[in-house]
Design a protein around this ligand. Structure first.
Ligand code: TXA
Ligand code: MG
Length: 318
């Protein structure tokens, strides 16, 4: 089983040997390896059971280091980096030869992010290379926001989990690419579109599709629990599924007709940041409960609500 500690020196030793280490970030836990070494990158794909066409995000701790593995940073990207790094934002930038093909699945752009977690920033600072890290879950399943989530699923496949507590943002980073100076959002995430537009003006949002995605995070079915997951008006759904033992995932409301131990309310005080923080842990709990089907409702379509709804829609997609 994986060792679970806060020892950065130990994590560094393993990473230097091309081993994998699960690392905490403010969004979700990542499954990290040396981004410049094909041996380490291959292990990431293998452990996650991830198809090789799905590229990885490269994590580092300074803009200076980013400059060493991209060929250009457009002005719009620089503005965003300065406003939001470290933070839940990933930028797609033209990669230099330092980045192996495996990391980008052969694409010309590399995804880059400076995560906002003190333990991981300290680790990145002492490392002579950046870290490639997808979310630390088996491909297609719900991302991990706690050490326990990582350990439950990957604990017997990796040597070390750096324990940084529960993730404070709770959903993955927002991914932005650039067509010239125009910014395009490829994945809604922990940095709200409203906050981004305050810095660079109107952005385009690319809808996800089920085939040939530009960012495979755009795959229609993803973040999926194993149980059937239905998204809609919970009152109506409860009436429709009277013959099934249902679990409920709601935003702020309790549903008295369903027993309390089979429902999770993401934020009784209707705070979308709190809802995001709780989302993936709640989906995992419901997946493990003795229920046959999970009924969920969309959040208000604003701020982090839009990123949460994206995850709910994809969990519900077949
Ligand atoms: O918050 C996050 O972004 C977390 C933490 C660990 O940093 N990471 C994460 O990684 O969510 P992952 O691999 O689960 O999702 C990354 C997404 C994938 O959908 C991938 O397709 C997309 O980013 N991506 C990575 N590199 C890309 C590239 N060069 N071009 C287009 N999309 C890319
Ligand atoms: Mg993922």
């Amino acid at each position: 089983m994986a060792t679970i500690r806060t020892d950065i020196a130990k994590a560094k030793t393993l990473l230097l040997q091309n081993e994998l280490v699960a690392i905490p970030t403010e969004t979700v836990y990542g499954l990290a390896g040396n981004a410049l070494e094909a041996t380490a990158i291959s292990k990431i794909f293998e452990v996650k059971n991830r198809p090789s066409f799905d590229p990885l995000i490269v994590h580092t701790d300074s803009l200076e280091k980013v400059s060493s593995f991209v060929t250009e940073i457009p002005d719009t990207a620089l503005k965003l980096a300065k406003a939001f790094w470290p933070g839940p934002l990933t930028l797609l930038l033209p990669r230099s030869e330092a980045i192996p093909d495996l990391v980008t699945s052969g694409l010309d752009r590399v995804a880059v992010r400076i995560p906002n977690h003190s333990l991981t920033l300290s680790l990145l600072k002492t490392l002579p290379f950046p870290l490639a890290a997808p979310s630390a879950n088996p491909f297609g399943y719900i991302s991990p926001t706690q050490v326990k989530h990582v350990n439950d699923q990957l604990g017997d496949r990796i040597p070390y989990i750096l324990d940084g507590g529960a993730c404070t943002v709770g959903i993955e980073s927002t991914i932005i690419g650039f067509e010239g100076e125009e910014a395009v959002i490829y994945r809604k995430g922990g940095m709200s579109i409203e906050a981004i537009e305050k810095v660079i003006g109107k952005v385009k949002v690319q809808q996800h599709s089920s085939s040939n995605p530009k960012a495979p995070g755009m795959l229609k079915s993803h973040y999926a629990p194993k149980k059937p997951f239905v998204l809609g008006n919970i009152d109506a759904l409860i009436k429709e599924y009277t013959n099934d033992k249902v679990g409920v995932l709601s935003f702020k409301k309790h549903f008295p007709e369903i027993s309390a131990d089979r429902q999770i309310t993401l934020s009784p005080k209707a705070d979308l940041a709190e809802a995001a923080q709780n989302l993936f842990a709640a989906m995992r709990l419901l997946d493990q409960m003795e229920v046959e089907i999970i009924l969920a409702e969309p959040m208000p379509q604003e701020g982090l609500g839009r990123a949460i709804n994206d995850r709910l829609e994809r969990a519900a997609a077949q």
